[in-house]
Write a protein that binds this ligand. Structure first.
Ligand code: PMP
Length: 294
């Protein structure tokens, strides 16, 4: 495992309008985004030099900020252009892009009405989220004690930093117990998602996936639903309770980072990554590498 810091690398980061050397992309400790989580971000993948679904990610970034009550200064087209420039400046063929927008340092308290809205875009070479061996045998998940909150508690449709606090707690606990990741139920006790990916199950040849009413309706999730439908696979978005998990044969996660990752177990529930996982991994790979229409 690479233990070097993300703060100490060669390359360039796009920072408030221009590319700066990687190590110079710094902020002050008195930054509202750091203290009060007034920060939104995206995670994008680069395949063969192109950012997959860039427009959708940029639009979600702008919308995430709007939901938190702040406006990113740059237009969607300017952000798209800056993202492409960052990929080119860092010579990335297959990698990851991380745009982040946050409130600055002008006011330091809960209220930050007049703070500058900052935007940075970093990109780095990055292979698969989970190792290829782990992907083939399926990953092991643990049910988290943390619940995805109600949309009345926190703005759940924003990809906001604050929503990830319980994801990190869940993932750390799972990793410490030897699992790969955690599955979170929602505030009603329904199956929701993993800590950075959506979840699907297979029963009798059909896909079953939770309705995204209190968590991100992932861009990968929507892509995989379209790919499944194009194959004639039925897709059912519905309420899924945890005690139903014993009736499913396959299970997989979807996300920009996770792509399509088969799951072999969630606590004591066992799944056998099979034909549908295999087909959708292949379809997704063809789609991101533009061998079929997205
Ligand atoms: N849920 C969470 C909590 C995530 O962090 C992500 C990754 N952005 C997803 C779902 C999947 O979203 P996407 O497919 O748009 O990457």
């Amino acid at each position: 495992m690479d233990t070097s810091s993300f703060a100490d690398r060669d390359g360039f980061i796009w920072f408030n309008g221009k590319l700066v050397p990687w190590r110079d992309a710094n902020i002050h400790v008195l930054t509202h985004g750091l203290h009060y989580a007034s920060s939104v971000f995206e995670g994008e993948r680069v395949y063969e030099g192109e950012i997959f679904k860039l427009t959708e990610h940029t639009d979600r970034l702008i919308n995430s900020a709007r939901i938190l009550g702040f406006k990113i200064e740059q237009s969607a087209e300017e952000i798209n252009q800056a993202s492409r420039e960052t990929v080119i400046a860092n010579n990335i063929v297959d990698g990851y892009v991380r745009p982040v927008a946050w409130r600055g340092s002008e006011m330091m308290g809960v209220s930050a009405q007049n703070n500058k809205i900052n935007l940075a875009i970093a990109a780095w070479v990055w292979p698969s989220y989970f190792s290829p061996e782990a992907r083939m045998k399926g990953i092991r998940l643990k049910l988290s004690p943390w619940k995805r909150p109600s949309p009345e508690t926190i703005p759940t449709q924003s990809k906001a930093a604050g929503l990830y606090m319980i994801c990190t707690l869940s993932k750390h606990e799972a990793e410490q117990e030897g699992f790969d990741d955690a599955v979170m139920l929602d505030y009603r006790g329904r199956v929701a998602e993993a800590t950075g990916a959506n979840i699907f199950f297979v029963k009798d040849g059909a896909l079953h996936t939770p309705t995204p009413d209190c968590f991100l309706d992932g861009i990968t999730r929507r892509t995989v639903i379209d790919l499944a439908k194009a194959r004639g696979i039925e897709v059912i978005e519905r309420v899924i309770m945890p005690d139903e998990m014993g009736s499913f044969t396959e299970c997989f996660l979807t996300g920009t980072a996770a792509e399509v990752t088969p799951v072999s177990s969630i606590d004591t529930y066992q799944f056998a990554p099979g034909l549908i996982c295999q087909q959708l991994i292949g379809d997704y790979e063809s789609c991101v590498r533009r061998k079929v229409a997205a």
